[in-house]
Design a protein around this ligand. Structure first.
Ligand code: DLZ
Ligand code: SF4
Length: 511
């Protein structure tokens, strides 16, 4: 009796639940490059190249371990170009009597897979993805006990459960969170260290040619291509992060510097989310760096919180509230996504820098995503659907389970506060404090109402004014609403007029 073990492009872990009982004899592992997955949004070229190369390398590793692997390449004759079609073909060709798969990361695929057994006429077993540290059901039980789903409490429970950075039942250093120490403004000349880069082998060269030929109309620059494509390479990058970069990660976590896309960020989300690295391994390694005196507690705690707390939390929220979650739009934001999100052509230096980093690297760091492109989308009232689709397409680490809560919930507050206790709306002042963008910008950061005023300043106040009713119930917004009400009418009108001018320019692609 042969079983078909399906491994998806973001499931490249040897410990994957779908492979748990796979045997060199009696099992066929199926992996498939298909247009349905590669083009349901305009994925960045680098994202597709990374995934296809990592998939091909993973298939080679499985073969090296004696498995029989059916690997379907995008250009293979007969490729049906959908995962279902490839499972169907593989069943017919191998005579396998059932399918085993690990639950996919996206709702649309999960929904489709639930119908596979009836369509295929063989048992289809969908297993939990135990690469995550809490199951969907486990998160559900945690959430059932709560009135509000705040990440901070979830994170503390996870710290206790896994005994991470704990000492005698108390958090290491006497505090759960050291964020106050992690908000330093960047000094002049702040530069991130040089990162490892990998030579292309024959597999990567083939994939780059394939992506160039088949996805030329997709977003982003394909070359230079620098990602790790095996677990071994990803581990080497992570090791460089722990020893050379993590010590500074905490201090400069929220800093932004023109021409420095990475600064001190780990850049491991792309590998974690595809399965090349496993969360508990990286958490334990970072914890060890603290105990060995390699990195300070504020840096290690901040890093661990992203993985043990935030990453698991957003996945839990996603599955608990889908499919309804994707349709939420608390502020009724529908303005079409402006062309500058695809081109980077704008006089706003902070936006140009974030989008150009994205075009070049399929990456921009957390604060650029949240406080520049995300904040702008929030205060300009850009379409929630279009903004979410943009984030899903352009970042190499983006799959809907992680992208949607981060974009819709955290950046756009479109879930009405389910995740974040207040909207992350900010004027240009925040960007000026945390970056070196404003000095060299065409707009005047100090001005809010003139013809050359920083657009963030007026759009911020317009956002507050337009959404006053919706924000009134939020006590964390009380001071800001009071500030708006206290402002004299002339100033209010000037701000709203400047905001309208900015939105008109945005529509003409001239902001
Ligand atoms: C993102 C992606 C892309 C670009 N291509 C493939 C593919 O050809 N084959 C595949 O199995 N998976 C691919 N993926 C990842 C899937 O879209 C991902 O598994 C789902 O979105 C669920 O997270
Ligand atoms: Fe961005 Fe405004 Fe600063 Fe220009 S002045 S970089 S638009 S925040």
């Amino acid at each position: 009796m042969t079983l078909l073990h399906l491994v998806l492009g973001d499931q490249l872990s040897h410990s994957l639940s779908a492979l748990r009982d796979a045997k060199p004899q009696g099992s066929v592992v199926l992996m498939a490059e298909v247009m349905a997955e590669a083009s349901y949004v305009s994925h960045h070229k680098k994202k597709i190249a990374f995934l296809f190369s990592a998939m091909r390398h993973f298939a080679e590793e499985l073969r090296g371990r004696g498995f029989s692997v059916r690997y379907v390449r995008l250009n293979d004759p007969g490729n049906s170009q959908s995962l279902f079609g490839e499972v169907e073909r593989a069943l017919a060709d191998t005579g396998a009597s059932g399918v085993v798969v690990t639950e996919p990361g996206e709702y649309r695929l999960m929904d489709e897979m639930r119908g596979w057994q009836a369509r295929l006429g063989v048992p289809v077993e969908i297993r939990d993805d135990d690469r995550f540290l809490i199951s969907r059901a486990g998160f559900g039980r945690w959430a059932d006990r709560r009135r509000e789903l705040r990440m901070e409490y979830f994170y503390r429970d996870m710290r206790r459960h896994f005994s991470v950075l704990m000492r005698d039942g108390e958090p290491e250093g006497g505090q759960w969170n050291f964020d106050k120490e992690n908000r330093k403004s960047p000094p002049k000349g702040l530069k991130g260290p040089r990162r490892l880069s990998w030579r292309h082998d024959a597999i990567t060269r083939d994939v780059l040619d394939l992506v160039e030929a088949r996805f030329s109309d997709h977003f982003g620059q394909l070359r230079p291509f620098h990602f790790a494509v095996t677990a071994e390479q990803a581990e080497a990058e992570f090791e460089q992060f722990v020893t050379e970069i993590l010590p500074s990660f905490g201090d400069w976590q929220d800093a932004m510097v023109a021409g420095e896309p990475y600064l001190f960020h780990s850049m491991i989300a792309v590998y974690l989310n595809a399965g090349l690295l496993l969360p508990l391994d990286v958490i334990r390694r970072a914890e060890r760096a603290y105990h060995e005196g390699v990195a300070p507690l504020n840096a290690v705690e901040g890093f661990i919180r992203q993985i043990l707390g935030w990453r698991e939390y957003v996945r839990g929220v996603y599955w608990r509230f889908m499919p309804d979650y994707a349709g939420r739009n608390a502020f009724g934001a529908h303005r079409p996504l402006p062309a500058l999100y695809w081109s980077g052509n704008t006089k706003m230096r902070c936006m140009a820098s974030a989008v150009r980093d994205t075009i070049e690297h399929a990456y921009s760091h957390h604060i650029q995503r949240l406080m520049v492109t995300g904040n702008f989308a929030l205060i300009a009232g850009l379409s929630v659907d279009e903004v979410c689709e943009w984030y899903l397409a352009v970042y190499a680490d983006a799959y809907e389970w992680v992208e949607l809560p981060n974009t819709l919930g955290m950046a756009l507050h479109a879930d009405g506060g389910l995740m974040a206790s207040k909207p992350y709306a900010a004027s240009g002042k925040y960007i000026d404090r945390m970056s070196n963008f404003c000095g060299g910008c065409s707009y005047d950061i100090k001005d809010s109402t003139g013809g050359n005023a920083c657009p963030f300043n007026s759009l911020y106040w317009r956002f507050i004014a337009v959404n006053e009713d919706k924000l009134r119930g939020n006590h964390r917004m009380a001071n800001i609403l009071a500030g708006w009400r206290r402002m004299n009418e002339g100033k209010q009108t000037a701000l709203l007029n400047r905001a309208d001018d900015c939105l008109a320019l945005l529509e003409k692609d001239a902001l």
